[in-house]
Design a binder for this molecule. Structure first.
Ligand code: TXA
Ligand code: MG
Length: 332
């Protein structure tokens, strides 16, 4: 199969619609990462997503809709705080998990009685979703367990030959996946941390929990149990306070002939040899925006990556550290 990368215009949107209506998959940009979309109402189309990605079939998908779509067609929206969250954050990088009306294929939620819904704010995503007029099931547009794509070229690198069309909306500005928040209970519970922070959700809803799986318990957001977001190079992660240790490890490995680079915040970059540090930026928002781009760059430029956690904490750092730790091999 030939994979085309096209700017978002009348002709690529018509092509995307035709592909979705015939059960195929199309990659499209969002403000977080690129998504791999298919018609959420079709069992066959949704199964196609799992096949293209090589994704385990017990990891449910998010349904994407445009901003005027009536969510009541898809879910029971009975919690007053959920409406407040919608008004405050949508369209935007927040995915809400509701009780499902079972209006889409059961393969989307892997048989769960809930449905994750997201209204992206990226103008190209809105245009695409409005044009096709369907609920679009979409995970990130990468091979399962690889780093999520933040450019059309990253999608191409992972999925060329496996999908017919990538809608190119430029680099994603947010850089890490949406916050996934369960709104079925009496107060919101974050299942996956992301760009909309716990503090922001609590300020609107009054409180906000963060779900942590206990040993032996069934995981509420199945995606969180998998190793994720990993680049193809070897990775070693150091906590922020062990910068000196990271620098001496780097020197040792370089001496031994390793094609090695560092990944760290701007302030730590000068501790490594000139040109050898991939700079994440200076604050949480920049770290999020740059993380996956730098991990893709690391795969191209080195065989081993020494990552040092940025020092900042709170807010978007919960999501940034979650992704960085997973990229560097932590299972949870
Ligand atoms: O930013 C994003 O969310 C991107 C873009 C493309 O929208 N999508 C994305 O999808 O990251 P994916 O498939 O890589 O991650 C979806 C996450 C997984 O952790 C999954 O377990 C969780 O959402 N999820 C989906 N449906 C769920 C449900 N019904 N209950 C609990 N968790 C759910
Ligand atoms: Mg993903």
């Amino acid at each position: 199969m030939i994979t085309r990368i096209c700017p978002i215009d009348g002709s690529s949107l018509a092509e995307a619609k035709r592909i979705l209506e015939t059960g195929g998959t199309v990659a499209f940009p969002t403000e977080t990462v690129y998504g791999l979309g298919a018609d959420a109402r079709s069992d066959e189309a949704v199964r196609g997503i799992y096949a293209v990605k090589g994704r385990p079939s017990d990891n449910p998908l998010i349904v994407h809709v445009h901003q005027d779509y009536d969510l009541n067609e898809l879910v029971f929206d009975d919690r007053p705080y959920a409406k407040l969250l919608r008004d405050a954050f949508l369209p935007g990088p927040l995915t809400l998990v509701y009780k499902s009306r079972a209006a889409v294929s059961s393969a989307v939620s892997c048989g769960l009685d809930t449905l994750a819904v997201r209204v992206p704010q990226h103008a190209g995503a809105q245009r695409f979703l409005r044009y096709v007029g369907l609920p679009v099931a979409a995970p990130s547009a990468n091979r399962s367990k690889h780093v999520s794509p933040v450019t059309a070229q990253h999608v191409y690198g992972d999925l060329a030959g496996r999908i017919p069309l990538i809608l190119d909306g430029g680099a994603c500005s947010g850089g890490i996946e949406s916050t996934v928040c369960d709104v079925t209970g009496s107060s919101p519970v974050i299942l996956r941390e992301g760009l909309v922070t716990r503090e922001q959700i609590a300020a609107v809803a009054g409180s906000c929990g963060v779900y942590k799986a206990k040993e032996g318990e069934q995981v509420r957001s199945p995606g969180m149990k998998y190793k994720h977001y990993a680049p193809q190079c070897k990775t070693v992660l150091f906590p922020a306070e062990e910068l000196a240790g990271a620098v001496s490890y780097f020197a040792e490995r370089e001496q031994a002939g390793s094609r090695i680079m560092a990944l760290c915040e701007h302030a730590a970059a000068s501790a490594f040899p000139a040109g050898k540090a991939l700079d994440l930026g200076t604050c949480g928002k920049e770290f999020a925006a740059n993380l996956y781009e730098r991990l893709h760059e690391a795969e191209e430029r080195c065989d081993e990556l020494v990552a040092v956690e940025p020092r900042e904490r709170g807010g978007v750092m919960a999501g940034v550290l979650n992704r960085l730790r997973k990229a560097c091999g932590a299972e949870k």
